[in-house]
Design a protein around this ligand. Structure first.
Ligand code: DC
Length: 214
């Protein structure tokens, strides 16, 4: 079984997907971590993130793995190193590169072959798993997403800056020539603006359980 979720940054995809994965006993895949992993490698190797060919080389040399819900880059557990403002911004830019996307998608397919998964990102429902059994698109107003991110770490940066970065990342995500954020025709659209994490999880679980007898 494949459950695919797409949506913009800060909409609650990861929290919901993690909970649903635990509830159903299936593998959780955060596709954004692959782009963040490439970005970490690019920055560590002092590569210019706007050098497309060098970024492609970094992506193809990288060894990605996901074990016990943690992301590994070249054998190192980097799960706690992927969420910095520098990686947020550069991952957004590096993930525009179609060659990097092709490498990431190939690795995702290799890792998830023949297992039940819940995968989340920007192009899970449209490009990576177009035949997923269940597809969801989560959405929420930019102001609500910015407020949630701000509340997670109020010291990091002012609310206005969080909001402007979310808006910038939305623009980049929606306008990618390959793998841009789109609502698949057969996705169930959920506006999470005024829903709790539990309410969103319940909607997903109800949809899955109704039609798959889990
Ligand atoms: O979901 P996230 O914020 O952790 O994703 C990190 C970056 O990778 C973000 O800028 C969007 C991009 N991304 C993408 O282009 N395609 C995906 N399937 C997942 C993430």
């Amino acid at each position: 079984m494949i459950i695919a979720i797409d949506g913009p940054a800060g909409v609650g995809k990861s929290s919901v997907a993690k909970t649903v994965a635990r509830e159903l006993g299936i593998y959780y895949l955060n596709s954004g971590n692959f782009y963040r992993g490439v970005t970490l490698r690019v920055l560590r190797n002092h590569i210019d993130p706007s050098d497309n060919e060098a970024c492609e080389r970094q992506a193809s040399e990288a060894v990605f793995d996901v074990r016990d819900g943690r992301f590994y880059l070249d054998g190192e557990d980097v799960e706690d190193k992927l969420h910095t403002p520098e990686i947020d911004l550069n991952a957004s830019r590096i993930s525009v590169n179609p060659a990097v996307r092709a490498i990431v998608n190939k690795r995702i397919h290799e890792l998830t072959k023949k297992i039940s998964i819940i995968a989340e990102g920007r192009d899970m429902t449209t490009v990576v798993f177009p035949d997923a059994d269940f597809k969801f698109f989560f959405d929420a107003k930019p102001e609500v997403r910015a407020q949630r991110r701000f509340d997670q770490n109020p010291e990091a940066m002012p609310y206005e800056q969080v909001l402007s970065e979310i808006i910038e990342r939305d623009t980049i995500d929606r306008n990618k020539p390959v793998g841009g954020l789109k609502i698949a025709e057969d996705s169930l659209y959920i506006d999470t603006s005024y829903l709790t994490l539990n309410e969103v999880c319940e909607k997903v679980l109800k949809t899955v359980r109704l039609s798959s007898k889990i």
